[in-house]
Design a protein around this ligand. Structure first.
Ligand code: PLP
Length: 397
């Protein structure tokens, strides 16, 4: 008789044989510059907690207070009985921070992309997407009935030609949506959003940017990629982001016009049909915005560390790709080399995970490092020394 679940183990073992399985490390401490992971004290070099806000006293205090005053759950989905004053205040403050007319908060960034993209474009429409966009965008696009086209990574001329060809083919698209990551999470490069938005405008297309890795990092005060390029809301129509990275908490969001927020909340099934954030989450996100507005030193320190780390790694002879942000990939080739480097670094006290196929091309496996403002200059020295030692042992440099 056929075993209906035999494929589970078979497919898993295939991944293991190819060094493509996830080996999950467990944190036994807060996510801090020095974290306790699998029983070992190591330097955290791959968290998305860019500014160290997940342990900032003001965020923790706000979360505690919200539990005391509002409890640990919201009791419902947002449209029924799950919108608290904290959620409304968070959206108001986020819109102000982003210099937008309105913002809407989703449970996660993934839920924002999966819920909103298929509503923005459907039957008779066209979505044009950068080939390296994040998986949550890819899934959002798959949920749409729109036609799809992909342009070469960050290649504005290719975007222009894709749009021109599409229009020749079918001049009657109802709407066109151009969608890109702001900062690409595997390579750390920045989308040329100024030129992308210009080309989109030439074709009457909407522009949607996923700024998950740009917020708290790029632009004045960490306001993100739209501020970084100084673009108006008439140029970038949907600025999507997350509270789970530099903001140090969890949650997705979009910013733009009032019409966008009202459309999105009435149409996104992920927003309408899934429970809203617990009060401590909303309160901690609010406190994160306070911190970004009043303590610019976190973003400044993040960039100072980043510039130094990139220079020292390049001087050592590592291939650190084309990154322009605190994400610095250390590209080593095959998956197994990345796994070995990561294991050796861990033994030497640095935690940086390998990123392998299918997240990146098979021959572009890497260690992805993410700089953190909470590290001290001595911590950065320690990490560079560990990379140098492991790199030489494995003949990578
Ligand atoms: C992390 C990430 C997301 C998902 O955000 P969550 O809030 O963690 O669900 C979406 N897009 C990009 C580009 C990301 O890096």
């Amino acid at each position: 008789m056929r075993n209906p679940t035999a494929f589970l183990g078979e497919e898993y073992r295939q991944l293991v044989d190819q060094d493509l399985d996830w080996r999950i490390r467990v944190l036994e401490s807060p996510s801090m510059p020095w974290s306790e992971i699998d029983g070992k004290r190591v330097l955290m070099f791959c968290s998305n907690n860019y500014l160290g806000l997940s342990n900032h006293p003001r965020l923790k205090e706000a979360a505690h207070r919200a539990i005391d005053e509002r409890g640990v759950g919201s009791g419902s989905v947002r449209p029924i009985a799950g919108t608290m004053d904290l959620h409304v205040e968070l959206e108001r403050r986020l819109a102000r921070f982003k210099h937008a007319d309105a913002s809407l908060v989703y449970q996660t960034g993934f839920a924002a992309n999966a819920g909103l993209i298929p509503q923005l474009a459907g039957e008779g429409d066209l979505i044009v997407s950068d080939e390296l966009n994040h998986g949550s965008i890819i899934d959002g696009v798959r949920l749409s009935r729109a036609e799809r086209a992909v342009y070469r990574h960050a290649d504005v001329e290719d975007l222009r030609s894709v749009l021109s060809k599409a229009e020749e083919h079918a001049p009657s698209y109802r709407r066109i949506l151009v969608i890109t990551d702001g900062v690409f999470s595997m390579d750390g490069d920045i989308a040329p959003l100024d030129r992308i938005s210009q080309v989109a405008a030439d074709h009457g297309a909407m522009v949607y940017v996923d700024d998950a890795h740009g917020e708290g990092v790029l632009g004045p005060g960490g306001r993100g990629i739209v501020s970084h390029f100084g673009l108006g809301r008439d140029k970038v129509h949907v600025e999507m982001g997350t509270f789970s990275k530099a903001f140090g908490v969890v949650g997705g969001h979009i910013s733009g016009s009032k019409d966008l927020a009202l459309f999105a909340l009435n149409k996104s099934r992920t927003w309408l049909l899934s429970g809203s954030h617990p009060p401590p989450v909303a309160a901690a996100c609010l406190a994160a915005i306070d911190v970004l507005e009043s303590e610019p030193e976190h973003v400044e320190r993040l960039w100072a560390h980043t510039r130094r780390f990139k220079k020292e790694m390049r001087d050592l002879g590592f291939d650190i790709g084309r990154s322009e942000t605190p994400i610095t990939p250390v590209i080593v080739g095959e998956s197994s080399r990345a796994q070995k480097l990561s294991s050796r670094l861990f033994e030497l006290g640095v935690f940086a995970l390998p990123i392998v196929f299918p997240m990146v091309a098979r021959d572009k496996a890497r260690i992805r490092t993410i700089m953190n403002a909470a590290l001290t200059p001595e911590d950065v020295t320690t990490a560079v020394a560990a990379f140098a030692k492991a790199g030489r042992e494995l003949s990578l440099i």
